[in-house]
Design a protein around this ligand. Structure first.
Ligand code: UN1
Length: 501
């Protein structure tokens, strides 16, 4: 069955009903060949208000459906997505520019999170505590929050939405999705897939909502007191705005923002694992994952060897049309991203950074978005190294002791993902200890990118502190209620307080 990406004009949807928005037209261009994929009409303020009302109304019935029944529907959505895996993965690859393998991998994450969420729907456990009072029961329950706003980024146009939506749904919330304005067509294709399942179950309009648009829609969601939780993935700048807007109204936010992820290669490392992990981490998705490996620390004795192995690996990389299975790396998302790449390379050069590979625009490609991945010998404290540049730039540095490597790794504003390659148990455990990596994700003999959905995903410091996806990340999508029931014939007060009347 072909994937339905029409009508592309419909930027406003409440599930099975879609319509054009009253906002400006967004043109989606593929970075693969520079061609226009579609024009999508975006939502305006009135559209946003209307959709919020519909989602609020739908919440009243959706929350009453037993969680395992909600789970069955989410599972069906996952099965429907599986049916379209190749088509959706191909569209993501074409609209975003990631390799087809990674586009398919992204859709696999969607399927996996639906399966996870379906299992979770029979859990959502609250604790039972021992009451200090006789004939009393003390326990907690988790209840749905309301309407969840999901702001997603261009680099994972569909998977990050699904991590949020699948969990939010089984928790009993309705969702409004504001996808990146750079990848609206992938969002519309997902809507069309999900819509079939919603229709078959006669679900009310508003359980799934889509509002395409730019930051003004995201801001409106963040400011609206009707949005119980805003989950935002993107830059630290955007996340700070969302945090401030939600905090002003004491609303909740879940932030998954920038990373500046490092790999440490210790002296005992198995380089047959470390080198491919670093190369995939640095050039996969053309360096545009929040988990991309941006910094590499190598123990001095191995420095020359690692450098030459990396250069050899980089010389084998095939950069080209991401839909061609032979390509390892496709284009950057747009020409602004290309400018950012060249700016970072220039700034590193001005600091004294040594380029070990060429930084070039590949002019044979019409879109003007294909660049070469670069390795730069750098110093950790340079401003450019401290920043997240969404491009395939790897900063290479040497260290002497593991303590020094961990210290450098942690000395950046961001705290998403981190890895050590070592065969030394002490080093591995030190890295994972409270004195080790300060990141939300810390791996041993596994690269920084490509996390599984089963774990909680997110990081500390400028990364925003939120956790999405697996483990008990679901708790952010629910409200905890502490309950005490007295089944006795007396009214004893807690703390032994006496109040006789
Ligand atoms: C992101 O870049 O925002 O761990 C998400 C990974 C992917 C998700 C990345 N599973 O690289």
């Amino acid at each position: 069955m072909p994937l339905d990406v029409s009508p592309q004009n419909d930027g406003v949807s409440t599930g099975t009903i879609s319509r054009p928005g009253g906002g400006k037209i967004l043109d989606s261009y593929s970075p693969v060949d520079g061609k226009k994929i579609a024009s999508v009409s975006s939502a305006n303020e009135t559209d946003c208000l209307e959709v919020i009302e519909t989602a609020k109304k739908a919440f009243l019935s959706w929350r009453s459906l037993p969680a395992p029944k909600r789970g069955e529907i989410v599972l069906e959505i996952g099965t429907r997505i599986r049916h379209f895996k190749t088509e959706l993965g191909t569209l993501v690859s074409y609209e975003m520019g990631k390799s087809l393998q990674e586009g398919l991998g992204e859709v696999q994450e969607m399927i996996d999170i639906c399966v996870f969420a379906a299992g979770l729907s029979r859990q959502l456990y609250g604790l039972t505590m021992q009451s200090e009072r006789p004939d009393h029961r003390l326990f907690e329950q988790w209840h749905p929050l309301g309407v969840v706003g999901i702001i997603s980024a261009f680099n994972f146009p569909v998977a990050v939405w699904s991590w949020n939506a699948a969990i939010a749904w089984v928790c009993g919330n309705t969702c409004i999705w504001k996808p990146s304005e750079k990848t609206p067509v992938s969002a519309i294709a997902v809507r069309n897939i999900v819509c079939g399942v919603l229709r078959e179950h006669h679900l009310p309009e508003g359980v799934f909502c889509l509002l395409t648009g730019d930051g003004t829609i995201g801001r409106q969601l963040a400011e609206s007191p009707d949005i119980a939780l805003v989950s935002a993935t993107g830059s630290t700048r955007m996340g700070t705005q969302v945090a401030q807007a939600t905090a002003r109204r004491l609303g909740k936010s879940l932030l998954e923002l920038g990373g500046n992820n490092a790999v440490i290669i210790a002296g005992s490392a198995d380089l047959t694992l470390a080198i491919p992990a670093v190369v995939f981490g640095a050039v996969g998705t053309a360096g545009q994952r929040c988990t991309t490996t941006r910094r590499l620390f190598v123990q001095r004795a191995l420095y020359e060897t690692v450098q030459s192995k990396l250069l050899h690996a980089y010389s084998q990389l095939k950069i080209g049309n991401p839909l061609d299975e032979a390509s390892h790396m496709g284009p950057l998302i747009d020409k602004d991203a290309v400018d950012n790449y060249f700016n970072a390379v220039r700034r590193a050069g001005e600091q004294g950074g040594k380029l070990l590979t060429d930084a070039r625009l590949l002019t044979e490609f019409e879109s003007g978005c294909y660049v070469t991945p670069v390795i730069i010998e750098a110093e950790n404290h340079w401003q450019v190294v401290q920043e997240e540049t969404f491009a395939p730039i790897l900063y290479l540095m040497a260290f002497d002791t593991i303590e020094e490597a961990v210290e450098m790794q942690n000395s950046v504003p961001q705290g998403l993902s981190s890895s050590i390659f070592t065969n030394d148990l002490r080093e591995a455990e030190y890295f994972l200890s409270s004195a080790g990596s300060d990141c939300g994700i810390a791996n041993v003999n596994v690269g920084t990118s490509g996390a599984e959905i089963g774990g909680a995903f997110g990081g500390e410091k400028d990364t925003g502190g939120g956790r999405e996806s697996g483990s008990d990340a679901w708790k952010t999508y629910m409200r905890r209620q502490t309950n005490t029931t007295n089944y006795g014939r007396k009214l004893p007060l807690a703390q032994g307080i006496r109040f006789d009347i």
